[in-house]
Design a protein around this ligand. Sequence first.
Ligand SMILES: Cc1cc2nc3c(=O)[nH]c(=O)nc-3n(C[C@H](O)[C@H](O)[C@H](O)COP(=O)(O)O)c2cc1C
Length: 356
Amino acid sequence: MSAIISRTESFCSRFGLRVPILLAPMAGTCPPSLSIAVSSAGGLGAGGVLMMQPDEILTWANEVRAASNGAFQLNVWIPDPPPQRDPAHEARVREFLAQWGPAVPPEAGNATLPDFAAQCEAMLTAGPRIVSSIMGLYPPDYVAKLKARGIAWFATASTVAEARAAEAAGADVIVAQGAEAGGHRGAFTAADAERRLVGLFALLPAVVDAVRVPVVATGGIADARGIAAALVLGASAVQIGTGFLRCPEAKIHPAWADALAQTAPEDTVVSRVFSGRPGRAIVTDYVRAATADSAPPPAPYPVQRGLTTAMRAQGQKAGDVHRMQAWAGQSAALASAEPAAALVQRLWDEARAIVG
Ligand SMILES: Cc1cc2nc3c(=O)[nH]c(=O)nc-3n(C[C@H](O)[C@H](O)[C@H](O)COP(=O)(O)O)c2cc1C
């Protein structure tokens, strides 16, 4: 057996998988149906709980567990320090956004997220095999609680230094997130997220060399060639986000799903224009206008998220992708519109044929 296959098999047997393909946690875009389909094909499901209250986290986990073998991870963002508010600047952003959607009241910027500590407790209660993190590290006492319950910690890292820090803090697996990735970048410090854009081809072998724990590759992987390349570069498994978004079980708006199919790598960009935290999305009309020099810079996270809520809701209702939050990785056009379980099986069959 090749060294690659033996590496993936040891990863799979440790985490109860048949296939080394992980659904990426995607807050707001992770209906139970998608995880149920991925885990039924032997992969790992994922719940991105960032915007869920504790009872919603438990409901999500119960629903997935009841209809699957229970192979899933739960994921939350490590919070940033509170934003510095600037009412005069927010007024300029609100005026700009009113050209794209309804008028934005000043209090829209006060939007808050569910309590992080309560979410962390709910993830423990939900009892998944794996809890993952992005944008930082869990505090040591929470890491100890995970370990006491036999829950593995998968830590997202977007640089070698972050991967080393995560391993030192007790992470069981590093998820190396290349700059190709769709959605928010995992940089521990928000200011670094747009500056340190390390592509997966450089990041992955460097992280594999830097840590002793297994490494999962993520960012721009959406077909068997990408999976095989990641395994050759030292990954034990791959994590796919955008590549699952066109599956019917993902239930995203058809306008967004259709746009993904037309999106070349250069048609995506990392910007702060939706939430205030850098993330990669399709260059829609709004993204183009909001990233122009003439536009006011976005407010910090999560203020910008609150300010753009009304525009995004209107875009969603109208089926207008140009005003939706159309996250996409650079390999968006490779995303296949087929049932997720069939996709997992096909991707792994094809990747195995390549790596031998
Ligand atoms: C719609 C969307 C939402 C995401 N939300 C999260 C999240 O809540 N937590 C997280 O760790 N990563 C999140 N990500 C990043 C993914 O976990 C992963 O790094 C990324 O999808 C990999 O790149 P790809 O989209 O090219 O496959 C999100 C990605 C997308 C596309």
